[in-house]
Design a protein around this ligand. Sequence first.
Ligand SMILES: [Zn+2]
Length: 114
Amino acid sequence: MDMQRLANTVERLQELEITAQELRIMAPLLNPANLPIVEKSIAEMLESLPQELRARYEKLRKDGLACNRAINGTCQNCRMTLTQPLLSRMKNNETEWICPNCGHFITLVEQPKM
Ligand SMILES: [Zn+2]
């Protein structure tokens, strides 16, 4: 299993769900023709996730976001800084891209320090 791809899928899935929510809110004004397309993509992405990760995702989404960025190794949800050994294991595909502190899915983002 490609952990990075999985994390990216979860991030994209979450974006689509937020888009779908917005489209539903706007529906009376816009009659959004692409809502069914977005909903189909969401269903397909959920299907593509391994059972255990799908359950984690759906549980987290009940309370808000399920996926956050870790910018330069710091989880943007709980602010914990991931250890270098953990980051290495994640990048080497040896462990899931999940914050060990808050349990959210994370995508790793490198930003140049100011
Ligand atoms: Zn966290």
